[in-house]
Design a protein around this ligand. Structure first.
Ligand code: FAD
Length: 389
């Protein structure tokens, strides 16, 4: 095998791509990782990343199987044991507690930069191409080719596109997407609150968009506040004291006053779903295949589930002596993941609309808001399943 020829090339070294490259390499596939940026810097505990994920149990198990969970746990993570979700009055919140589900936690809040640094630090035998720009690609069953700027050619039996929501590879393969922009921005920052978060994730559904307070290891909360563009622009323009006051009011002071806030970042929000996750010689994983509203905190969790499914599909075929990179295997991966991803897209989009659109009769249909949801066993079980899967 010449130096630039591999079993599998993963394009995109974010959390999902790095996990895919590591998982596939650990299973004995000769793997390369192509990232257009630089390698992530080593994790610096003095810097608390403003981008955090709420990881579900299956994501923890994947990271554990890749020996990265121990590194993450040794650096910093924040387990949370409860969730409170409400529309009006935190005292009426829909409650989830890990004890009711027979678990010691519902999930973990982990920094994006820590997850990425921990995965990259374990890449070991994975050949890395950093600051690499893909200029063109040919996708073919068993024989795909990527041409990089500067003329280098990389060949592989399979290319995995993990290059995010604006996936260049998805475009090169002419895979259509469906979806829309929410005309909303998510504002994120870390805040000190008057009352302790007690290891609970708090989320209020406002008509203008959901607002989450996620518990951090140092006692602060990470905020994700989704609001319409104009409203978000107004919130971003406020000074820290005025923003903290608005935030406290918006959360109905569930944790008392907001005392201090870090600088704010913001992200525009959209829903996107690729019509195909597979073409001969190419599969999509992570945000390249599906991008969801962050209100359920599921984006990277879905991507990690893609990685688990793809790895097990390919390993099972190879170990049974079958052609692991044949299109039918790739379609079998796609079928398995599409159903779960579409369910999540539909539910998060449905929740977003249910609370944002003041449709006549909708509130009545929902009863008196989230108080009523507590009585809706099936929805509560669905939410609990997502939190603990
Ligand atoms: C405000 C907000 C809050 C969120 N909260 C949560 C949460 O609590 N829980 C959760 O599960 N998810 C959450 N998400 C979603 C989560 O951020 C994404 O689902 C996740 O980052 C997707 O990972 P990815 O690796 O697929 O893509 P990305 O993180 O976008 O990584 C893509 C990588 O590919 C590289 N790349 C891009 N194009 C190319 C190219 N052409 N060639 C080579 N490399 C390329 C990029 O440099 C990057 O390294 C949140 C999102 C937002 C906006």
């Amino acid at each position: 095998m010449s130096k630039d020829t591999f079993d599998i090339i993963v394009v995109g070294g974010g959390p999902v791509g790095a996990a895919a490259a590591l998982a596939l390499s650990r299973q004995g596939f000769e793997t390369a990782l192509v990232e257009r940026g630089s390698a992530p810097p080593a994790y610096d505990p003095a810097y608390y990343d403003l981008r955090v994920y709420a990881l579900a149990a299956h994501s923890m198990r994947l990271l554990d199987s890749l020996d990265t969970w121990q590194d993450i746990a040794a650096a910093r993570l924040s387990p949370y044991g409860g969730m409170r979700v409400w529309e009006r009055g935190p005292e009426h919140a829909l409650r989830f507690d890990c004890a009711d589900l027979g678990r010691t936690e519902l999930g973990w809040i982990v920094e994006h930069s820590l997850v990425v640094a921990a995965l990259w630090a374990r890449l070991g035998e994975v050949v890395r191409y950093e600051r690499a720009v893909v200029e063109s690609a040919i996708f073919d069953e068993h024989a795909s080719l990527l041409r990089l700027a500067g003329g280098r050619e990389l060949r592989a039996r399979l290319v995995v596109a993990a290059d995010g929501a604006d996936s260049q590879l998805r475009g090169l393969a002419c895979i259509d997407t469906v979806g829309w922009h929410y005309a909303q921005r998510a504002i994120v920052c870390h805040v000190d609150t008057q009352r302790a978060h007690r290891g609970i994730a708090w989320q209020r559904f406002l008509a203008s968009g959901p607002l989450a307070f996620l518990p951090l290891a140092d006692g602060r909360c990470s905020i994700v506040w989704s609001a319409e563009e104009a409203h978000a622009g107004e919130l971003l323009a406020l000074d820290d004291a005025a923003f903290a006051a608005r935030l406290g009011e918006a959360a109905e002071h569930a944790l008392g006053e907001v005392l201090r806030t870090t600088p704010r970042l913001s992200f525009s929000l959209r829903l996107l779903h690729a019509q195909d996750y597979a073409r001969p010689g190419l599969v999509l994983v992570g945000d390249a295949a599906h991008t969801v509203h962050p209100l359920a905190g599921q984006g990277v969790n879905l991507g990690f589930a893609d990685v688990q499914q793809l790895t097990s599909t390919l390993v099972e075929a190879r170990d049974a002596g079958r052609d692991w990179s044949a299109s039918r295997r790739l379609h079998s991966y796609a079928r398995a993941r599409k159903a779960a991803n579409l369910e999540m897209l539909a539910v998060t989009d449905g929740l977003y609309r249910a609370f944002r659109l003041r449709l006549p009769g909708l509130k009545a249909a929902l009863g008196l808001g989230l108080e009523a949801v507590d009585k809706l066993g099936p929805l509560k079980s669905w939410l609990a399943r997502q939190a603990t899967a």
